[in-house]
Write a protein that binds this ligand. Structure first.
Ligand code: NAP
Length: 269
């Protein structure tokens, strides 16, 4: 069997870095893309790993990373859209640049990267596109409106895209992690709170007091395993919830109406 090649965005840390390690360990060629490859000290030393600069908000860097990957390995079999960041706070208090950046990275970046790999996948009549959304792409918690909006967008995009790409031999998959203790909260979260909008303070402050106690799984590698499964199982399965919280919550909501879901989420907080 020919060695397969995966392109991963946001491979500098967290799920993306774990996925790069896991694919490489399983004999894949890995295009480990990130905003600052010059800072990466581990992945570049592994066999069959190409470190490339790719900022999902910079079209030229997406095109160049895809081109370099194809030049080195001959093609891209799997794209993992993992890069992302979060935001926390009251919608009305969100700085305009955060609103824009949230969608630029989590939605437009995903769309641009998909469009950049498609010509080559179409010509080979095969490929897998894996979008890392979240359990928060199907259930929404308070004070994360922008983040949820982007992850719901990724879900809708993926669900629709499977119809147009399936007949061309290209599968679309969504990995939906629950809460995992990556560096996400430290390095990839814009927190703007309620600012000086006093009306929101009682609810936001109560929420902020509890949010740090939200249970986060230490088993971060499970997400890379789910990504790898999605890349290799050859099935038409669209969604891969991962983590006990995501699996339980998404299962529970299947039997509930919107009001019951709202009451359940409010009850957690
Ligand atoms: P993480 O370690 O902070 O990873 C986020 C990655 O995205 C970093 O490598 C970051 O790169 C990259 N990134 C941010 N902006 C970028 C841009 N403009 N272009 C390219 N890369 C960019 O956190 P993580 O938990 O592994 O998150 C990975 C994905 O999982 C995200 O899409 C996140 O929404 C999703 N997710 C996380 C959780 C969780 O509980 N951790 C749950 C559900 C979903 P830099 O190093 O350059 O900042």
């Amino acid at each position: 069997m020919m060695t397969k090649t995966v392109l991963i965005t946001g491979a500098s840390s967290g799920f993306g870095k774990d996925a790069a390690r896991l694919f490489q360990k399983n004999g894949w060629n890995v295009i480990a893309s990130m905003r600052s490859p010059e800072k990466e000290t581990e992945l570049g030393g592994l066999d069959n790993v190409l470190l490339v600069r790719l900022d999902v908000t910079d079209s030229a860097s997406i095109a160049s990373a895809v081109e370099q990957g194809i030049a080195r390995f001959g093609g891209i079999d799997v794209l993992v859209n993992n890069a992302g960041f979060g935001s926390l706070g009251v919608l009305e208090a969100a700085p305009a640049e955060v609103v824009r950046q949230q969608f630029d990275v989590n939605v437009f970046g995903v769309i641009e990267t998909i469009r950049a790999v498609l010509p080559q996948m179409r010509s080979r009549k095969s490929g897998v596109i894996i979008n890392v959304a979240s359990m928060g792409g199907r259930v929404a918690f308070p004070f994360s409106t922008l983040y949820h909006a982007t992850k719901y967008a990724v879900e809708g995009l993926s669900e629709s895209l499977q119809f147009e790409l399936g007949p061309l031999g290209i599968q679309v998959k969504v990995v939906e992690p629950g809460g995992y203790k990556t560096d996400f909260a430290g390095r990839s979260l814009a927190t703007y709170g309620a600012g000086d909008l006093l009306d929101y303070h009682p609810a936001y402050d109560a929420f902020a007091g509890k949010v740090d106690d939200w249970p986060m799984s230490e088993n971060v590698w499970e997400v890379a395993e789910a990504i790898f499964e999605a890349a290799t199982d050859g099935s038409e399965q669209l969604r891969y919830p991962v983590g006990a919280d995501a699996i339980q919550l998404l299962e529970a909501t299947k039997q509930m109406d919107d009001l019951a879901i709202r009451n359940m989420i409010a009850g957690f907080l």
